[in-house]
Design a protein around this ligand. Structure first.
Ligand SMILES: Cc1ncc(C[n+]2csc(CCOP(=O)(O)OP(=O)(O)O)c2C)c(N)n1
Ligand SMILES: [Mg+2]
Length: 791
């Protein structure tokens, strides 16, 4: 289907108005809005102008309601202008770019007032997101029946292709063959600082093709095509294709009379002769007429990509950064803005006045009618999909003897997957560490996902690696970026694919940092998922410093929407994991939202260190399941009461008291220290912090409440119950000491924070705990230090 002449005229009118609105939106934010703090507001007129025709041709012609689009961060003004013209965004927002509660600088799913399919901002991620949304859709179609066809589209800047995450995503076999994915590269040959050196298109083309992609180009506008169609134009065409980026780009800043000489510098014989028939101004018009600003060429290319259904497509759309503006093609235009005079001239050239500059088209005009129809054509249906299964509060895991949390994690997952009502929604993924993070049991039960049944060449009695469309584990290559991108997109499957899922990923804990930007991206986008970082800390002892994570707890605690959990014992982990699964499933029945608003991703920091479960059993007998579970979920409980737990009791009512507060794998050393302290006549309560994140969050919330109401902050319930005695604190963590060091301030008591604050090395756990002062003797000394600080 090709665009009619009428439609083309309408689209041309719309794109000019879109250009105006996008440019003026940035201008208003910088020049008209009262600036109270003297900081430049910013915005990207040139990057927006570059994308005008691409966005216009998509939203005003090519897209349908099931499509999902990721918009280049620096063209957000164009996206919002289009939403406004379509009647999906109120006029009042046009003057709110980059203001609180207004239009965000970069498209945001969670903060923008109009519907944004993918957040963007950190370049590269916006490209990968629709690719993984495509992976998710393929999975959903295989498991729940085909949804109405969608196209997953990324609109990206050419310099975004420098980001490694793009190539990690393109190269991963999990993204192979996705015919419903299309990337459109705004090929303006400029990045932030400079004109991109050389001609990189050949290299990029080869890279995409090697990964099995269909590559298309929209390079020549109508005037160029006409010039190339004339006899004798071959040398000119060849030179136009060969001219280096820097030389071509420099033509834009030239005086007309110098343009020809500059273009011909280095050109082969025949080019100059051919061009004599064009005047200097004609020559400029021809040379700057690139295909990325030709709506009908763009639409034709998009349609050609639709016809390629067995692999993703990438379109290189040749554009001019700053198209239609005085700054067009200027190497320094990335953050440049039009002057007020230039804005006035542009307004007049658009046929607008100060009175009507923000208006949309008259609804009775032919453009107005076209827009109204387009709005209806793009209207999306409401989603009703939900997970109805009730998630159990526990799987009653084996809780005796020596067990590691990583082992329990695998068992709980396998156990939950036995429930036929829940199993269909579970989907796991890992970057080549599925078996070493204990997903084997789950994989044995559910299989590995692949769109086709694959022949098995190896039989392993321990692991059934059966690949086919019913599998529920998505295996990735070693890319933690891809892991977090996929988890994010699985976690947004309810929105992109009308099917909620329960995504669970595993990763070696130190390499959480390798995927951190994608982790942040996914949570910022509002995705819900579970991630197990395992093994963690120096308990990965023989693996040495390069594999021992120390700062990941801070990441888990500080990332908004993420809840860090690091229980030591089987039953505690089981309660927390079941609860997290229920929360991700959207099953609110058993969650306590008042305790934990805005929880999206549940980060379990686990270990392979088997530890004795008996102390937990004792605490369970002392506290009872109902109370203990509530406390475990709230983030902390008293594992040992120094006055009532057999083996730790100190009778003397005047004996000094200390709180040993610990998280995760280091619990045996802490318990040993408590025993030594009690034998010295010190009452040592042992608190296990099952979720440092949740505990910290509840403290922060009560503080904020106090600040906002100018009243004395109340003490969070969890802290009040657990720390019923005022006593100094020793915190012990197989992670950086900083993550738990806020406790003393929260409780108003002196604190000694112990943890791993230097790089590790190979050894046994005992060696490393000794080296990092986490052995029981050091913890006892830490307790004595804390007591001496309590003056
Ligand atoms: C991860 C990341 N690094 C750096 C930036 C800062 N930055 C914003 S735009 C940009 C250049 C983008 O060039 P391109 O993708 O070609 O977009 P254009 O403006 O040319 O359309 C840079 C470096 C960013 N947004 N994200
Ligand atoms: Mg660019």
């Amino acid at each position: 289907m090709s665009i009619s002449k009428d439609e083309l005229e309408i689209l041309e009118e719309i794109q000019l108005r879109t250009l105006w609105l996008a440019v003026r939106m940035v201008d208003f934010a910088n020049h008209d809005r009262v600036n109270t703090d003297g900081i430049k507001v910013g915005g990207h007129q040139a990057s927006s102008a570059s994308m005008i025709s691409i966005l216009t041709s998509l939203y005003m012609y090519h897209l349908d309601p099931n499509d999902r689009v990721s918009v280049k961060p620096h063209s957000s003004p164009v996206f919002h202008s289009i939403q406004y013209l379509l009647g999906n965004l109120e006029k009042k927002y046009l003057t709110t770019l980059r203001s609180a509660g207004g239009l965000q600088s970069y498209p945001s799913r969670t903060k923008d007032p109009d519907i944004v399919d993918f957040s963007t901002g950190s370049v590269g991620l916006g490209a990968a997101a629709p690719l993984f949304a495509g992976v998710t859709r393929r999975y959903v179609d295989s498991h729940f029946g085909p949804r109405p066809h969608s196209r997953f589209i990324a609109l990206i800047g050419d310099a975004e292709l420098d980001e490694g995450n793009i190539w990690e995503a393109v190269a991963d076999p999990a993204t192979d063959g996705l015919g419903n994915v299309m990337w459109v590269v705004d090929f303006n040959r400029q990045s932030l600082d400079r004109v991109i050196p050389g001609i990189r298109i050949a290299q990029w083309r080869a890279q995409f093709e090697a990964a099995g992609w269909h590559v298309a180009e929209v390079k020549y506008g109508t005037k160029l095509k006409e010039a190339f169609a004339e006899p004798g134009s071959e040398a000119f065409k060849q030179w136009f294709d060969d001219i280096p980026n820097e030389q071509y780009q420099s033509l834009f800043g030239q005086k007309l009379e110098e343009l020809r000489a500059r273009f011909l510098d280095g050109a082969p014989a025949g080019v100059a002769e051919y061009l004599t028939k064009f005047s200097d101004s004609q020559l400029f018009e021809i040379l700057s007429d690139l295909g990325g600003h030709n709506v009908s060429s763009l639409v034709e290319t998009f349609q050609a990509c639709d016809a390629v259904t067995d692999r993703p497509s990438v379109v290189f759309a040749y554009t001019v950064k700053g198209w239609g503006l005085p700054m067009a093609g200027d190497p320094r235009n990335h953050s440049a803005q039009l002057s007020t005079e230039q804005i006035d001239t542009l307004r007049t050239s658009m046929g607008l006045t100060v009175e009507n500059e923000w208006d949309s088209f008259d609804p009775e005009s032919r453009v107005g009618k076209y827009l109204a129809k387009r709005k209806t054509d793009l209207k999306r249906g409401e989603s009703a999909a939900e997970i109805k299964a009730v998630i159990p509060t526990t799987t009653n895991p084996k809780s005796t003897g020596m067990i590691s949390t990583q082992e329990v994690f695998g068992r709980v997952l396998t156990e939950i997957s036995r429930d036929e009502a829940i199993r269909p929604y579970l989907v796991t993924t890992a970057p080549d560490v599925a078996t070493s993070t204990n997903l084997g049991g789950f994989i044995n039960r559910t299989g590995v996902y692949h769109p086709q049944v694959l022949r098995r060449w190896n039989e392993d009695p321990m692991l059934k690696w059966a690949e086919g469309p019913t599998g529920q584990h998505i295996e990735l290559g070693i890319s933690e970026m891809n892991l977090f991108m996929l988890l994010g997109m699985l976690g947004l499957s309810h929105d992109h694919s009308d099917q909620p899922l329960i995504p669970i990923g595993t990763v070696y804990d130190p390499f959480v940092l390798r995927g951190l930007d994608a982790f942040i991206y996914s949570v910022y986008s509002g995705a819900k998922f579970i991630i197990a970082g395992t093994p963690s800390g120096v308990t990965l002892a023989p693996e040495g410093g390069a594999h021992q994570s120390t700062i990941t707890p801070s990441v888990g605690m500080e990332l908004p929407g993420v809840v860090l959990m690091e229980p030591a014992y089987a039953q505690a982990l089981d309660w927390l994991l079941c609860d997290a699964i229920a929360h991700v499933a959207g099953n609110k029945k058993d969650t306590t939202p008042d305790l934990r608003p805005n929880e999206l991703a549940f980060y379990f920091r686990l270990t392979t260190r088997p530890i004795d479960q008996a102390p937990f059993t004792q605490a369970r007998e002392r506290l009872g399941d109902a109370l203990l579970r509530t406390q475990v979920l709230a983030g902390a409980y008293r594992l040992v009461d120094g006055r009532s737990t057999p083996g730790y009791i100190v009778e003397d009512p005047h004996a000094p008291v200390v709180h040993l507060v610990a998280t995760g794998a280091v619990m045996p050393e802490v318990l040993e220290a408590a025993r030594e302290l009690s034998s010295e006549g010190v009452v040592a309560h042992v608190i296990e912090v099952t979720s440092p994140g949740r505990l910290y969050g509840s403290w922060q919330r009560t503080l904020k409440q106090g600040i906002r109401t100018a009243s004395t902050p109340s003490f969070p319930g969890a802290l009040r119950t657990i720390f019923s005695e005022r006593a100094p604190i020793v915190s012990v963590h197989d992670g950086a000491s900083h993550a738990m060091s806020w406790l003393g301030s929260a409780l108003g008591m002196p604190q000694v924070a112990m943890g791993v604050d230097t790089f590790g090395q190979s050894g046994t756990i005992a060696d490393l705990y000794r080296i990092h002062d986490l052995d029981s003797g050091s913890i006892v000394n830490g307790a004595l230090a804390a007591l001496s600080l309590d003056v």
